[in-house]
Ligand binder design. Sequence first.
Ligand SMILES: C[S@@+](CC[C@H](N)C(=O)[O-])C[C@H]1O[C@@H](n2cnc3c(N)ncnc32)[C@H](O)[C@@H]1O
Length: 300
Amino acid sequence: MTAGGLRQWRQEAIAQAIEQDLEPIEVDWLLQQLAQVDKLSLRLAPEGESLPLGCSFEHLDQLWQRRRREGLPLQYLVGHAPWRNFELLVGPGVLIPRPETELLIELVQAQVSQQSPTRQTALRQGPWADLGTGSGAIALGLAEVLPEAMIHAVDCSPEALAIAQRNVERYSKAHNLEHRLQCHRGEWFAPISALQGQLQGMVSNPPYIPTADLPSLQREVREHEPALALDGGEDGLDCLRYLVNAGAEFLVSGGFWAVELMAGQAPTVEALLQSHGSYSRTGRTTDLAGIERFVWAYRR
Ligand SMILES: C[S@@+](CC[C@H](N)C(=O)[O-])C[C@H]1O[C@@H](n2cnc3c(N)ncnc32)[C@H](O)[C@@H]1O
């Protein structure tokens, strides 16, 4: 494919994106991720120069047409998504990890480093649990910032867990995960019931969208991401309520509890933690858009 030909394809694809209300930047993302051509080298290459592509031009065009026709998220089309320092495999059946969730890892890191030396040592060793691990993103993020910790990643979806397992394998060597990151299939704490009263930390990005709001989500999410990862019940708080109650049974005294949630839910969840009686030092943390996105607490 010549640079001129590819430039023309890009211009047409951008016009199609605008016409369909898609983000034009998706075209460059696809070019970069799939064809391994960055915008600058495409702009600078002489018209007739033949550009080596990371895939056939036909494949590139086919995926773009599928993106337009079916509304499939680009990350599903290319099969991976960037998240923190990871390039995570994703596919239908697993939630595409979101940029705001990266901040949950920063929150853990900041909280751990503020504890007394004795508590820090305990927290750094774990065990920790990532409940509803999906692609394994949070569990991998924890493994990166807590390099000595034992981490348990749980999900009830066989599709999600299979992808999480593959992602863990991909980073196993780099982060020494073979004996310290275990994936478990099952409902929330059920597969790790032996750890009752022993967890140093538990984090979760559970389904939290109220059922009635699901039809108004963006098409990519509504039609292609798994409802199991999104539907939080009538008021969106079903899983969050469960995690408040069960977290108290599974954390050690001083253990850290943190969840991601949607705009407007933080005050209710913090109040649930405070009225439960088993937690102290609760807090809310905002994301980069200023939304109260995380609620956290310590087991009394
Ligand atoms: C919002 S997604 C989060 C995925 C991933 N942690 C992330 O942040 O990208 C919620 C996850 O919870 C899982 N899940 C839903 N209900 C569950 C249950 N009862 N037990 C275990 N996992 C559950 C879903 O399969 C999904 O992977």
